[in-house]
Write a protein that binds this ligand. Sequence first.
Ligand SMILES: [Zn+2]
Length: 297
Amino acid sequence: MSNQLLRALAFDGQVRVFVVNAKELVQEAQTRHDTWHTATAVLGRTLIATSLLAADLKGDDHIAVDIRGSGPVGAVMAEGDAHGNIRGCVANPHVALDLNADGNLDVRGAIGLPGTLTVKKFISVLEPYAGQVDLVSGELGEDFTYYLAVSEQIPSSVGLSVLINPDESVAAAGGFMIQVMPGATDETLNELEEHLGQLELFSTLLNEEHTLEELLGYLVGSENYKVLATEEIRFSCSCNKERLLAGLQTLGKDEIQTMIDEDDGAEVICHFCSEVYHFSRQDLESLLVDEGDSHGL
Ligand SMILES: [Zn+2]
C-alpha cells in the first residue's frame, strides 16, 4: 500500500479528502540524494505535499513547488504531474540537526524562517500561474494549509509526516489534505474539527501500517466517506541524455570546446534525481556541429 494516493468525498460531498502513503517514494529520494535525517524530513514532507497538490491535475498538467528559507537545507524544489510522477531535491542534503523541543525532526530549523513557499501550476489552456506566500511555520503542513487558504481560497487542512529510522532509512511517510467545499454546513465543519481534534499523531497512525481507507476513516469518521479512486505515485524524473546534452548547448561553443580539450568529455548530474550522465568527446562535438560551427571539418 506504499506509494498510493486515495481520493475521497466526505460528508455528502461537502469535503474532499486526499490521503497518501509515500514511504517508498521518500525512501527513493533519500537514497538518490543521500539526504541526512533532517533534510530527508524536509524533502519528504515537500514531496508528499506535492503529490497531494498534483492529485487534481489532468493530462499534461504539472506543478512545481519551490521553498526558499534561510536555514541550512537551502532551496527545496519538487515537481509533480497528473500521472503520479513526483521528483524533488534540496540544495544541501547533508543536514542533520538535533531533535526539536518536542522531540521531533527539526524541519523548521532546517528550512529557516523567514522564507517563502511558491507553487507554480502549468495547466493546459491557462497561462502558467504562480502563487506565493511567506512561510508561517516552517513545518510545512501549516504552510501548505496557509498557501491553499490565501492563494487558492480553499479552506483546508494539510498534514505531512516523515519518520526516519536510526540508520537514516525512511520508517514511514505520508500525509493528507482535507478541503472544504463552498456551501459546507457549520454542522459538517464542527464534526470535521472534532475528528481532527481527536486524531492521534498522523505519523503514529502511518507507522502502524493502516490502509489508506483506515486512515481516511480516522480523519473524517468511518461512516462519512465515499472513496473515488486510488492511484499510484512514484519518484520519477523526466531527465534523459538528450535533454541534458541540449542543456549543455546553452553553455556556448567556447565552454564546450574547453570541456573537449581539457576533459575529453563531460559529466552532468541531474539535480532533481542525482542521475549521472556521461558525455563523450563525440557527444560534445555533435553540439558544435549542430550549432552550425565548422570546427574540425
Ligand atoms: Zn533527473
